[in-house]
Write a protein that binds this ligand. Structure first.
Ligand code: NAP
Ligand code: MG
Length: 397
């Protein structure tokens, strides 16, 4: 059989623990037999990040700017315990945060749906994609405990020294206060990433905040989205027959529950954090969530939403087979390959991505799946380990 050819390499970012093991298996059983796989390889595994002083992460992000499409394996974000376990010289930053900062991106998360694992919300028929703004608000806050009576003010000092003051509260007793910020440049990037992704995936875009209460802060988000939509995207949306609308977050929550799904829901940082966990859980499981970082400049980085599945890795190291679900990692590869195919005009490559996704879904819908899905699956089923599951997909493919 002639293998499918590629033009431009994918930026391949390898990772850690169980997902690193699965990464290799996926390439061996599902990709390399069919594709003349071209990648520029970056090892983002923790030992290599330590060895290069995390330069490898920066190089991988820069390569993504050069080539446009990356696929990333889950990686360890070091904490104190990992510093000891891996004998690290430094508690390296989260690779995802480093890459996001360099590419200035927005993260889109969407569930992979299969028949037999029904969403908790009966009306949902198609996936709901969450677009979460990944900068500022409560994640970059300043908090102060107020010990007793006194006045708290916001003070803005301009570069020429002039000051503007706004009373927060005149305390009569102890309390708490919090300062938050965001910047127009980041909000604008977020808006453009959302509009571009809606066009790319041909889905409606919803955006919601609490602008009725937060008349300056949240209203600023609403205004920036509206302005960019009107001036840059409205015609393109109309030509494609998709819709952008803004609605108050309370209204959005009610509408999302009543909806059939099949749209993108853009949210501020905190709202996106909370709602993505709710949507993921209601659709099934984190092991079935895809994640893609889209930069406003048109770079894409695909990954699974879950972590390195540490508990399974320790069992694997003892020689045990594990029921780790590889679906989200397979879909990270298919997402990247399909996008590479689109950008390079390689219809075969994009078609292969579609076929691999279909083979994966069909395998599950035939009743063969890993344990995490079997626990939720209604119908006849056989729980298999990760390798058996990959073999079943390969056979179908
Ligand atoms: P996790 O790796 O997502 O795993 C948490 C638990 O969820 C697992 O122990 C497993 O439950 C279940 N699970 C997750 N993915 C699964 C899969 N594909 N198949 C079957 N079960 C799955 O999260 P974590 O344990 O909190 O974090 C582990 C490491 O991953 C940490 O070092 C963290 O820094 C890193 N992390 C990386 C990313 C990323 O690179 N994007 C994201 C999150 C976390 P059972 O054990 O009950 O089977
Ligand atoms: Mg969260």
């Amino acid at each position: 059989m002639q293998k499918i050819a590629m033009k431009t390499p994918l930026v391949e970012m390898d990772g850690d623990e169980m997902t690193r093991v699965i990464w290799k298996w996926i390439k061996e059983t599902l990709l390399e037999p069919y594709i003349d796989l071209k990648t520029e390889y970056y090892d983002l595994g923790l030992p290599q990040r330590e060895k290069t002083g995390d330069q490898v992460t920066i190089d991988a992000a820069k390569a993504t700017e050069k080539y446009g499409v990356a696929v990333k394996c889950a990686t360890i974000t070091p904490n104190a315990q990992r510093v000891e376990e891996y004998n690290l010289t430094k508690m390296w930053k989260s690779p995802n945060a480093t890459i996001r900062a360099l590419l200035d991106g927005t993260v889109f998360r969407a569930p992979i749906t299969v028949r037999g694992v029904e969403p908790s919300v009966r009306t949902w028929k198609a996936p709901i994609t969450i677009a979460r703004h990944a900068y500022g608000d409560v994640y970059k806050n300043t908090e102060v405990k107020i010990p007793g009576a006194g006045k708290v003010e916001l003070v803005y000092t301009a570069q020429d020294g002039t000051q503007t003051r706004e009373l927060v509260h005149a305390f009569e007793g102890p309390g708490i206060v919090q300062g938050q910020h965001n910047v127009d440049a980041s909000i604008s990037s977020f808006a453009r990433a959302c509009f571009a992704y809606a066009l790319d995936t041909k889905q409606d875009l919803w955006f919601s905040t609490k602008d009725t209460i937060s008349k300056v802060y949240d209203h600023n988000f609403k205004d920036i989205f509206a302005e960019i939509y009107e001036t840059e995207y409205k015609e393109k949306f109309e030509a494609l027959g998709i819709e952008y609308f803004y609605t108050l977050i309370d209204d959005a929550v009610a509408r999302v529950i009543r909806s059939k799904g099949g749209f993108i829901w853009a949210l501020k940082n905190y709202d996106g954090d909370v709602m993505s966990d709710m949507v993921a859980t209601a659709f099934g499981s984190l092991s079935m969530m895809t994640s893609v970082l889209v930069s406003p400049k048109g770079y894409y980085e695909y990954e699974a939403a879950h972590g390195t599945v540490t508990r399974h890795y320790y069992r694997y190291l003892k020689g045990e087979e594990t029921g780790t679900n590889p679906v989200a990692t397979i879909f990270a590869w298919t997402g990247a390959l399909r996008k590479r195919g689109e950008l390079d005009g390689l219809a075969d490559l994009s078609a292969f991505a579609d076929k691999l996704e279909k083979a994966t879904i069909d395998t599950i819908e035939s009743g063969v799946m890993t344990g995490d899905l079997a626990a939720m699956y209604a119908g006849e089923k056989q729980a298999v380990n990760c390798r058996q599951f990959l073999a079943a997909i390969a056979q179908r493919l």
